[in-house]
Ligand binder design. Sequence first.
Ligand SMILES: *Cc1c(COP(=O)(O)O)cnc(C)c1O
Length: 467
Amino acid sequence: MNYLSTRGQAAPQRFTDILLEGLAPDGGLFLPERYPQVDAGTLTRWARLSYAELAHEILALYIDDIPHADLCELAARTYTAEVFGSAAITPVLPLGRSGLMLQRLSEGPTLAFKDMAMQLLGRLFEYELGRRGQRLNIVGATSGDTGSAAEVALQGKRGVQVFMLSPHGRMSPVQQAQMYGLQDAHIHNLAVQGVFDEAQDMVKAVAGDLAFKRAHAIGAVNSINWARLLAQVVYYFAGYLQAERKLGEPVSFTVPSGNFGNVCAGHVARMMGLPIDQLVVATNENDVLDEFFRTGTYRVRPASQTLETSSPSMDIAKASNFERFIADLLERDGAQVARLFAAPEFTLTPDQMARVHQRHGFASGRSTHAERLAAMRWAWAEWQEVIDPHTAAGLHVAAQHARDGVPMIVLETAKAAKFGATVQEALGFEPPLPPALQALLAAPPRVQVIPPDVALLRQYIEAHDHG
Ligand SMILES: *Cc1c(COP(=O)(O)O)cnc(C)c1O
């Protein structure tokens, strides 16, 4: 399988090359040259597999430069009941008779769905770097959950250092502790005085400088990394197979969205032939995606207009994975994709938007703080479920899009314990903190506060790179 850039100007690459690279050299994002197709017979066979076996089957469709036996072992060591709490790994819970279901994606070590991909990525990195005898400096930006998931997955992995930028003072105390509490000299926490998008821009500037990138073996773990997206494709299949449908009948998913990584994996699953009716994109007040799906206009906001909300992991002004979907929508017309994303905003034609909704099944909605609190109270009153504010954003929007006879799976993107203050506000009590989290909260914080200055970031990486 070859991987091509969404902008069409990069040489085709193999999986393990893009695993270590991130952005394509032409500024685009890598996509597989085609989506392998899955038919009813395959689904029937996959319904009998464990999560790790399912992961192996799907990974093997896209990865042909790692031997099957090794891939199988990597998947088996990643998706274990010890790490993810149950044999199902991502159990699906029907919410009464509402037709709504919760798929639990947050049972991993950092209590957010990011672990689903990051735990695999950590093992893939260690495997491939070991095979090549290379080092890798991961430079990433996080609005909260990516950073901790990456750091926990990569700590102690040979050949890897992590430089993680986060928006200073904008993450929950638990999110901060999950990063800053890690006592590992190969983990560097840099708190940027600005919003997430400014931190993200710094990462893009460093990764976009090819000479610097090569000299310092810079890699990425943010959601533009195709391997992460691929790992996320697996749980759409796992969710579908647990939804108690006759195989072949559709289900819908609602996805609390920020950078469009999670729901983009759903799009890939749908392109592979998984019977998905609707893919519902749920945003918060930072509704650049909802605006696009409603109006056809994609209008990136300036960082100064990014609101700080009670669902901070969705507080983004531009959706870095969105270009992948647009590339598929435009049937991989790289020149057109490049043109669209060079502009501060673009508007698709009514015909194109009809394809977005009908052929690709996308719908969307947004929520306010008050609506998320109401959804949290609803889940507690109806089903005695304590959900976090991101999942609440999903539940709120899912209820508006549910169709009779089609199960609607809401992806649970974080555990409530991560966002105790908002749970307290909604329900009047705080969910208990797991003991491992309490220890991180008590640990001395390891973090450096820096201004949003790319030159400073470069200097810091140069000073700490052991190449
Ligand atoms: C990262 C994250 C999101 C947004 O996911 P994207 O892949 O960026 O769309 C939503 N909720 C939580 C809890 C997250 O950590």
